[in-house]
Design a protein around this ligand. Structure first.
Ligand SMILES: [Zn+2]
Length: 61
C-alpha cells in the first residue's frame, strides 16, 4: 500500500483517518450482510449483494 507521508501533514483530516472510518463502516456492513444459501440475509439480494461487495472492496483499499 502506497502512503504519501508528505501530504498527511498538510491535511487536517488525513486520508488515513477517513480510510479508518470507511473500514469501520465496512466491517459493520459485513457483520450484517451474511450469506444464507444463495442470498444475503440482510437485503435479500443474490449473494454477494452490493453492500457486501462494496464493503469488501473498501477493506482491500
Ligand atoms: Zn446484503
Amino acid at each position: 500500500m502506497t502512503d504519501n507521508i508528505s501530504a498527511r501533514a498538510s491535511e487536517p483530516e488525513t486520508w488515513d483517518s477517513r480510510l479508518e472510518h470507511y473500514r469501520h463502516a465496512a466491517v459493520e456492513v459485513l457483520a450484517r450482510h451474511l450469506r444464507t444459501g444463495t442470498r444475503c440475509q440482510a437485503c435479500g439480494q443474490p449473494w454477494p449483494c452490493r453492500a457486501a461487495c462494496a464493503a469488501e472492496a473498501t477493506l482491500e483499499l
